[in-house]
Design a protein around this ligand. Structure first.
Ligand code: GAR
Length: 211
C-alpha cells in the first residue's frame, strides 16, 4: 500500500472519507500522516482518534517565509515515509518548488467543475452565474492554482431555491465519494499523463473522468 500524507486546514471531512476508505486492507493507499497548518483544525482530533499519526506545522509561525514553512512540512512528510500527498481543504498556496518536488504525486479536491470557478467561494459564484450543473474535481497539482490535469469529476444539479449551504452539502457528498476513488487510482499506479491530460487505465467511461 502506498503511504499518503493528507494535508488539511480545517474541518477535514474529505480527510475522514480518505481515512474510512483506507480502513479496507484492499484499498491501495494507507494514510501515513495527517498534517495541518493550523493546530485548531478539527480534522486533527478525528485522525488522532482513529490512530492516524498527526502533525502541525503552523503557517502563522512562518509569516513571509513560505520556503521555511514548506521545508518544515516536507520534513514531517518525509519522516512519515509518505509517497503521495492528498490536499483535503488545505488552504495555503504551495510554491513552484514544492509542487515540482511532488510532481505527479500530489492531488487536490476542488469544489467546482474545473475549469469553472477556480479559487474561493465556488458555490456562491456558481449560484450567481446561474449554472444548472455544479460539482467537484480531483486533479493533479501543478504550479497554476486549480489548473492541474483532471483525474475525476462528479456533477450535481443546482436546484431552484438552493442556497450556498444546500448546494455545498450536495457537492460535499460527492466529494466524499470521488476523492477516495481518485486517490485509489493514483496509488494503484493507474494514472498516466498523455499530452498534458490525465488518463486513468482501466477506469470505466471516458478515462473515468466522470463517476
Ligand atoms: C472542501 O469542500 C474542499 O473541496 C474545499 O474545501 C472544503 C474542505 O472541507 N477545498 C478548497 O476549496 C480548496 N481550494 P473538508 O475540510 O471538510 O474536507
Amino acid at each position: 500500500r502506498r503511504r499518503v500524507a493528507v494535508l488539511i486546514s480545517g474541518r477535514g471531512s474529505n480527510m475522514a472519507a480518505l481515512l474510512a476508505a483506507a480502513e479496507d486492507p484492499a484499498y491501495p493507499a494507507e494514510i501515513a500522516l495527517v498534517l495541518s497548518n493550523r493546530a485548531e483544525a478539527p480534522g486533527l482530533a478525528h485522525a488522532a482518534a482513529r490512530g492516524v499519526p498527526t502533525a502541525v506545522v503552523e503557517s502563522r509561525a512562518f509569516k513571509g517565509d513560505r520556503a521555511g514553512f514548506e521545508a518544515a512540512m516536507q520534513a514531517e512528510i518525509a519522516r512519515h515515509g509518505a509517497e503521495i500527498i492528498a490536499l483535503a481543504g488545505f488552504m495555503r498556496v504551495l510554491t513552484e518548488g514544492f509542487v515540482a518536488r511532488w510532481d505527479g504525486r500530489m492531488i487536490n479536491i476542488h469544489p467546482s467543475l474545473l475549469p469553472a470557478f477556480p479559487g474561493l467561494d465556488t458555490h456562491a459564484r456558481a449560484l450567481a452565474a446561474g449554472v444548472r450543473l455544479h460539482g467537484c474535481t480531483v486533479h493533479l497539482v501543478t504550479a497554476g492554482v486549480d489548473e492541474g490535469p483532471i483525474l475525476a469529476q462528479a456533477a450535481v444539479p443546482v436546484l431552484p431555491g438552493d442556497t450556498e449551504a444546500s448546494l455545498a452539502a450536495r457537492v460535499l457528498a460527492e466529494e466524499h465519494r470521488l476523492y477516495p476513488a481518485a486517490l485509489a487510482w493514483l496509488a494503484a499506479g493507474r494514472v498516466r499523463l498523455e499530452g498534458g491530460r490525465a488518463v486513468v487505465d482501466g477506469a470505466a467511461g471516458a478515462s473515468g473522468a466522470l463517476l
